[in-house]
Write a protein that binds this ligand. Sequence first.
Ligand code: SF4
Length: 465
Amino acid sequence: MPSIYIETFGCQMNEADSRYIAERAAAAGYSVASAAEEANVIVLNTCTVRDNAERRAYGRMNHLNALKRVDPSLRLVVTGCLAEQDRDRMKKLAPHVDAIFGTRELAALGEQLAAWQTNFDDVDFSDDRALLTSLGGRGDAISDAFSHLRAFVTVQRGCSYYCTFCIVPHVRGRFDHRPPKAILDETRERIAQGAREIVLVGQTVNAWNDPASSDDFGDLCRSIAALPGLERLGFISPHPKDFTEKILDDLCSLEQLNPRIHLPLQSGSDALLRRMNRKYTLAQFDGIVQSIRRRLPECAITTDLIVGFPGETANDFQATLDYVRSGVFANAFSFIYSIRRGTPAARWAQVPRALALERFAELLEAQNAVTRAYHDSHVGRTVRVLIVGDSKKGASRLTSKALDNVTVVAPKPADYPYPQTPWLDVAIETAHVWGCTGTVVGRAARFADAGMPVMRPLLDLIASA
Ligand code: SF4
């Protein structure tokens, strides 16, 4: 059986696309490999939202050329935003790439995989290959015992808002809202496959609408929540300006809604928000935060922030810092502005790199203190979490996610793993900036079930004997 290796750069949208590619490959008779050196086809699903992601993708293409020299039958495919943006340049810079598919050509990629499927002889994945690919990178879209539990369902692609820093509308095109029937059918299928949590994914997910019925994102979420068996519901990433009172009412009336809303602010300065073409002021943004809090007082609000955007003055940065220090965000993904060719901000005078780095460090420190305080508030509580899998730091511990998306790590109970009872009750003992640690005290098959006791870890039993 031929095998495919998929490496993903960038956002949740790319991760959802990689899962789609893996499913198309599996349907065409491929297995999904966990290492590049074990694959007949390698897919790089690229990102171009930041310069760093772009450079890493080109670097990876060059690394993988070494594998192709050892095994000329290997096929290297590039997809994602960089493929969309750089198709012609990529053909010159990386002529060894066998096929390039843009973000709207995934169906064609699936067909190409099916066409190649019979072309592969039984390759002996020799030591030469193994030696060549200790090159970094991580396989994606690989199924494990728990990967079906959290299912990402794409509801919308593209974006029509043209923020001046963002490449997405240029490479993914304008809004393309998926019809509700397709979304509901896929969600039903995921629930039947054992998904305990559905995460709706879109570049501007709450702008979703159905022209045929005039339904908005709130209506869509209500329809999804009414599906039999849906336990938890989340979504990523919304645009603040698309949260109407009606949508918030709809969302907050759903008992399955996870108490975490990602609300990308980008900057706390109105002048900068205007230059970014974000279409809201800080006061309007804060109004949405208050609207959420009125309805869901415990909701964790997380955000994205950009530092060093062209024209950012000391006062602009201070406005962002002050808002972050007010403690509004449970967590934030902060980035230094990165020039994207073809966007308006790329042509504007840039903030000196050293100054941007300095501001970034200050912002990180401020948000880390707030995040740590938020995590501290979990200590002493028992929280219900969904298993993700083994901890990256060692197989004796498991990683899970709480409903507010906080990472929780705990020693594995003796009778782990148990994908049939993936909800764990963890007594939180310590907090860190990255998340919390604790002890598993119960497990349940369904979110609403009472927790059953777990067996304590063997080492623990020996120590107390
Ligand atoms: S809303 Fe702005 S930042 Fe988000 S995808 Fe659209 S253009 Fe990019």
